[in-house]
Ligand binder design. Sequence first.
Ligand SMILES: [Zn+2]
Length: 160
Amino acid sequence: MITKEHIFELLETVLDPEVPVLSVVDLGIIRHVEIQDELVKIQITPTYTGCPAMKMIEMNLQAAFAVENIPLSIETILSPAWTTDWMSENGKLKLQKYGIAAPIGLAGRSLGLFEKEIQIACPRCQSVHTEKISEFGSTACKALYRCLDCKEPFDYFKCH
Ligand SMILES: [Zn+2]
C-alpha cells in the first residue's frame, strides 16, 4: 500500500535544480496529491512559467517514483499562479542558510514602487545595508544584491 506519508517522503527527495537545498515541498509547488489504486497523481504549479528548471523537476519526480515502481502522473496547474508566499517557512530558512535572501512580504503587495522600499537583509551578516546590483542574479528568478557591510554579493529570491 502506498501512503501519502510515503509520497511526501519521496517528494522531499526531489530538489529544485536551481536551489538544490529546496525540495519541491519546500517550494510549495505541489498543489494536490491523490492515490488512485496503484497510480499516484500529483498536480504541480510551476514557480515561473517557462522556467527551464520545471522540466527537470518533472523528470526528477518521475525518476524518484520509478525507483520504487510507483506509476506517477503529473498534471501542471497554471492557475492560480505560484507565488513565493507558498514557500514553506522551513524552505525560507534553508534558502537563508544557502546564502540566498528569502522572499520578504506578500507577493501581491511587493509590486511596483513598494518593492524598491523593501530592505533586503544580507543572508551572511544580516545587515540591511545592501544595494541591488542587477534585476537578474544567477537565474531569472533571482535578483543580484551586494552587502555594503561585508561586501559580499548575494542572490535574492524575488517575490512575485
Ligand atoms: Zn553582509
